[in-house]
Design a protein around this ligand. Structure first.
Ligand code: 13P
Ligand code: SF4
Length: 357
């Protein structure tokens, strides 16, 4: 039963004490979040993975790319555990390293490799945290950097100080929304299509490009629409519409604000009592915020429940199992990033952590 499972998790967690650190992403279900030592967005969780060097194991309740990042940033002797190995991210899977290398070869053929008079290289590769370690490594080894939804603007500024243009993997929406907010016109953001010569773009489009986008997206955030925002405004005059920047551009433009899961959480916490919020992000977070802040009216923009199905694969049963195995001296479901890609990934992640806001 649920109560038994809960007891088992508490018992194992208590017995392990400081030997284990449990991290939980905001999108995890409440039955998992309640056991987390730290709950946050992907940037905060990457930082949190470095804070307890004495813990033998970090159990990461989130998705695969987050656990990989925790493994890269934590101490080598610490084991990072993903309770269910099937918890991936469909967006991260949309950029594979072979396609990215092909794209890069084409960009090098087009733009060359020589810096301009200001010392800026032709292209800086930037990858969203939601990508495999192989892509982070690729970026790190070519002078590039990682970003999350909470620092994409800062990271793009960092990149434009060092490069004439950026290629951005894999989320087209975060790339486009961030570049647009920085004043880059849409005509200067061609999208790379890995199946066609020049990515389906003319040479002129690519010559004028400032940000070359990748054709990736989040299937959860893609569901939000301008029609939903219009309906929320009609039904709730004065509603504050806050969406995640993984939403399509027209949705971000129609919303009042956009920001990472941490931004959304803080916006709600800081609002005067009685505020009505329509939120465009994953349902587990929206429902938790609605419960935590009963003084506000908080609902999800999408009336049909939209969970992230892969985040949801972290069932409390898996958490109980990994904790109990650990207590018995066995590490199961360990995520170990191969040495061949961890060096470049670390470089790209450290550049992100050092980039000034
Ligand atoms: P955050 O960086 O806002 O936590 O988002 C991660 C994510 O996967 C959103 O879909
Ligand atoms: Fe990936 Fe979207 Fe799920 Fe985030 S919400 S983990 S981007 S599929």
């Amino acid at each position: 039963t649920e109560a038994e499972l809960e007891r088992r998790i508490w018992d194992a967690k208590q017995a392990l004490g400081d030997r284990v650190l449990i991290l939980g992403h905001f999108y995890q279900r409440d039955e998992v979040v309640k056991f987390a030592d730290f709950v946050g967005d992907s940037f905060q969780l990457a930082r949190a993975a470095t804070t307890q060097p004495q813990a033998e194991a970090i159990i990461f309740c989130g998705v695969h790319f987050m656990a990989e990042t925790a493994d890269i940033l934590s101490k080598p002797q610490q084991a990072v555990i993903l309770p269910n190995l099937a918890a991936g991210c469909s967006m991260a899977d949309m950029a594979n390293i072979d396609q990215v290398e092909d794209c890069w070869a084409d960009l090098e053929a087009l733009y060359g490799t020589e810096p301009d008079e200001q010392g800026r290289v032709p292209v800086i590769p930037v990858t969203y945290m939601n990508s495999s370690a192989a892509i982070k490594d690729f970026c790190g080894k070519r002078g590039g950097i990682v970003c999350t939804s909470s620092n994409a603007h800062t990271v793009l500024e960092w990149a434009f100080e060092r490069g004439q243009r950026v290629v951005f993997f894999p989320d087209q929406h975060l790339g486009r929304n961030t570049a647009k907010a920085m004043g880059i016109p849409l005509e200067q953001m061609p999208m790379w299509n890995p199946n066609r010569e020049l990515g389906g773009n003319t040479e002129q489009q690519l010559n004028e490009a400032k940000v070359i986008l990748w054709n990736g997206f989040c299937s959860v955030h893609k569901r939000f629409s301008v029609a939903q925002i219009e309906q929320a405004r009609a039904e709730h005059p004065g509603v504050r519409v806050v969406v995640h920047p993984e939403c399509p551009m027209d949705v971000v433009d129609a919303a009042d604000e956009s920001g990472s899961t941490d931004y959304i959480t803080k916006a709600i916490a800081a609002a005067p009592d009685g505020t009505t919020f329509a939120i465009g992000t994953e349902i587990n977070l929206v429902q938790r915020l609605a419960t935590q802040y009963p003084q506000h009216t908080i609902f999800c923009l999408d009336p049909v429940v939209c969970p992230c199905s892969t985040m949801y694969r972290i069932h409390p049963g898996y958490l109980a199992w990994t904790l109990e195995r650990l207590l018995a001296g066995e590490v199961v479901n360990r995520i170990s990033v191969d040495e061949s890609v961890s060096e470049g990934s670390l470089l790209a992640l450290e550049r992100m952590l050092a980039a000034k806001p």
